[in-house]
Design a protein around this ligand. Structure first.
Ligand code: NAP
Length: 322
């Protein structure tokens, strides 16, 4: 039988953070999690967009108690702010059952963050790296509670295959210019795809190395990554000319359907019953484990990405927990 919203179990008592929870796949994820009883933090950089999203859900579903959805100020490009967000959550809540690293960007121009990292990889990978590491004490504490089922879900994409072949995440410069583009070609569609692809490859490698570390420490946490498929969110359609939008809406997955893969990863009883089957895996549909590219399965690359991310943070004077 197909896995649908109706397959989501009762989540009463669980606390979940969804980054980029104010729009697209994140918004749908927040809605379904709250509808099934979880307390959900909407990690978003804009208070007005976060509150608008929460109010939209509440007006469609008045049965959801207001306090079940909270805005958590979170700008993944601002790493001090990310650490602050993790502190707020860790002092407000005594548990965090699921972290959904969902937010993502694919800017058409080459921009660098305050730390000098390219913005796509800065937000999609480094921001989530810092957030996850800063929340690990709370996640690990939750994992020690009997009967807990702690998961770290990171939304990647098949676009990981567009990552430039030359980028093997061997040094910090691979985060400063992950597209390894010709400086005269930073704004082409190809360069945008390469930067986006590198960030999505990093999401998979990050999950794999995170799972290795968690398993070595005997932490009872499942790290899992996924591709939602082509979904008709604003940014999902954004790479195509605007006139195609009506057609795209017909051929791409609806947002409700697209969000099912991350909802499966975050909540499915199948994962709880058999975590070893899912640990460190890449899914491209609910319960569909797939093999990402060779590069995404390269353990040395995963270790190297972790190392250079730590080095970039050290160079920027950002200290994360554990
Ligand atoms: N749609 C697809 O076809 C597709 C396919 C494969 C993978 N994905 C992945 O799915 C995830 C969700 O994408 P989507 O299609 O739902 O796109 P979306 O509607 O554009 O949502 C992206 C979310 O990320 C947030 N965000 C961007 N920069 C941020 C920052 N600096 N700090 C915090 N939040 C930030 C956005 O918030 P603002 O409103 O503030 O900008 C927004 O809530 C992404 O990781 C994307 O790569 C999507």
């Amino acid at each position: 039988m197909a896995w649908t919203e109706a397959s989501i179990p009762d989540l009463t008592g669980k606390v979940i953070l969804v980054t980029g929870g104010n729009s697209g796949l994140g918004l749908e994820t927040v809605k379904q999690l709250a509808l099934h009883g979880a307390k959900v933090y909407v990690g978003a950089r804009s208070e007005s967009r976060a509150k608008q999203a929460i109010n939209e859900i509440l007006s469609q579903h008045p049965s959801i108690p207001k306090e079940r959805m909270q805005w958590l100020p979170l700008d993944l490009e601002n790493l001090q702010n990310v650490i602050e967000a993790a502190k707020i959550l860790s002092t407000t809540e005594s548990r965090l059952d699921v972290l959904v690293n969902n937010a993502g960007i694919g800017p058409e121009t080459f921009i660098t963050t305050k730390e000098g990292l390219e913005q796509t990889i800065g937000v999609n990978h480094v921001g989530h790296f810092v957030l996850t590491k800063s929340l690990l004490p709370l996640l690990k504490a939750t994992a020690k509670v009997p009967g807990s089922d702690v998961r770290i879900v990171t939304v990647s994409s098949v676009a990981e295959k567009f990552a430039p072949k030359s980028n093997n995440f061997t040094s910090i410069k691979d985060l400063k210019d992950p597209g390894a583009a010709n400086p005269n070609d930073y704004a082409s569609r190809k360069a945008t795809f390469k930067r986006y692809g590198a960030s999505k490859l990093a999401n998979i490698l990050f999950t794999k190395e995170l799972q290795n570390k968690l398993t070595q420490e005997d932490a009872n946490i499942t790290a899992i990554t996924l591709d939602p498929g082509p979904v008709s969110t604003e940014s999902g359609m954004g790479i195509f000319p605007g006139v195609l939008k009506p057609v795209l809406k017909l051929v791409m997955k609806s947002v409700a359907k697209g969000a099912l893969t991350q909802l499966f990863c975050a909540t499915a009883v199948e994962v709880a019953k058999n975590p070893d089957r899912y640990k460190g895996q890449f899914l491209n549909g609910p319960d569909k484990i797939d093999q990402p590219s060779d590069k995404a399965r390269n353990r040395e690359l995963a270790r190297s990405l972790w190392r250079i991310t730590e080095e970039a943070l050290a160079e920027a004077g950002i200290s994360t927990l554990p």
